[in-house]
Design a protein around this ligand. Structure first.
Ligand code: ATR
Length: 286
């Protein structure tokens, strides 16, 4: 973390592009971070429709923004509009953070590394040798699986409603580690050997908070159960995991740390993670 960056004069201009964007907690989080490290600047929500994305990205250069986050639905389409791509972002196939180095725009993906940092800090300090079952094979799954593979787990099994998508991903990244793809019918067998179970699907997200992505009876006692969802903070999957004596890990940490990495890329300052978490929690509760 923490690349040294030369600062242009004047306040730091930062923001997040998405459609919709009003619900985003990123402005609250990054504004709190800027204040905490006494950096003059602003982080603003930028409502960008898909047909205006190219102009908006050009605006980052024209207006001298130091950087922006990119969220739904632009994470994939923005890639073609950038000058350079970090290798991780290229392989994952999505960008959530753009850094403007004197007019040269570089795309990064901090979602996966943010998730893994949070998982290690909050639940599994060492992922080496672990067997991990990932539910879902979409954009979020790609980001976290790529980052998990850097931690030398024994095996990652990806289970998806559309089995071919999981199998294709396993084939695509077969050179990066021991990765297997299967359909949801195979979850019951796969979860028996898992040390860590991770939900990357939207099943259980607000407002459908009673939904759960696997039969709770299948959750083995005492494993780690993790959910990328942070609204609600405790999903039905995490609640059922707790009943089984599992260590549970929610999605808030991923959101905080993806922001922390982005903040450090833009500012060169260590991100005030505690302040950022407090700001998001206050906003979620208020
Ligand atoms: P994200 O960027 O959040 O990962 P995505 O790329 O649309 O979003 O991927 C969503 C993932 O959740 C997919 O793996 C999807 O399964 P399919 O590939 O079969 O579509 C999975 N998913 C979404 N809703 C689901 C549901 N109701 N039951 C099971 N899996 C679901």
């Amino acid at each position: 973390m923490g690349k040294e960056i030369s600062h242009s004069s004047g306040p730091l201009l930062l923001g997040v592009m998405g459609d919709p964007i009003a619900h985003s907690k990123s402005p609250v989080m990054h504004e709190a971070a800027l204040r905490a490290v006494s950096l003059p600047g602003s982080y603003v929500p930028l409502h960008v429709k898909p047909d205006r994305l190219a102009q908006a990205v050009e605006g980052v250069r024209a207006l001298g923004f130091r950087g922006v986050n990119v969220t739904v639905p632009h994470k994939v389409s923005v890639m073609d509009l950038l000058d350079e791509l970090d290798e991780g972002a290229r392989l994952i196939g999505a960008v959530n953070t753009i850094v403007n180095h004197n007019g040269v725009l570089t795309g990064y993906n901090t979602d996966g590394i943010g998730y893994v940092r949070s998982l290690k800090e909050e639940a599994v300090p060492d992922l080496k040798g672990k067997t991990i079952l990932v539910l879902g094979a979409g954009g979020a799954a790609r980001g976290i699986i790529y980052a998990l593979l850097q931690e030398s787990p024994a095996q990652i099994i990806v289970a998806n409603r559309t089995p071919d998508k999981a199998k294709q991903l396993a084939e695509e990244w077969s050179g990066l580690g021991h990765l297997t793809g299967c359909g949801n019918d195979d979850i019951a067998a796969a979860v028996k050997n898992a040390d860590v179970l991770i939900n990357t699907t939207s099943v259980g997200m607000h407002p459908a908070v009673s939904e759960i992505p696997i039969n709770p009876e299948w959750i083995p006692e005492g494993i780690v159960v993790s959910d990328l969802i942070y609204n609600p903070l405790q999903t039905e999957l995490l609640r059922q995991g707790e009943i089984k004596g599992c260590r549970t890990h929610g999605g808030l940490g991923m959101f905080i740390y993806q922001g922390a990495y982005a903040f450090e890329y833009w500012t060169g300052c260590e991100a005030p993670v505690g302040v950022m978490r407090e700001a998001v929690l206050r906003s979620l509760q208020g």
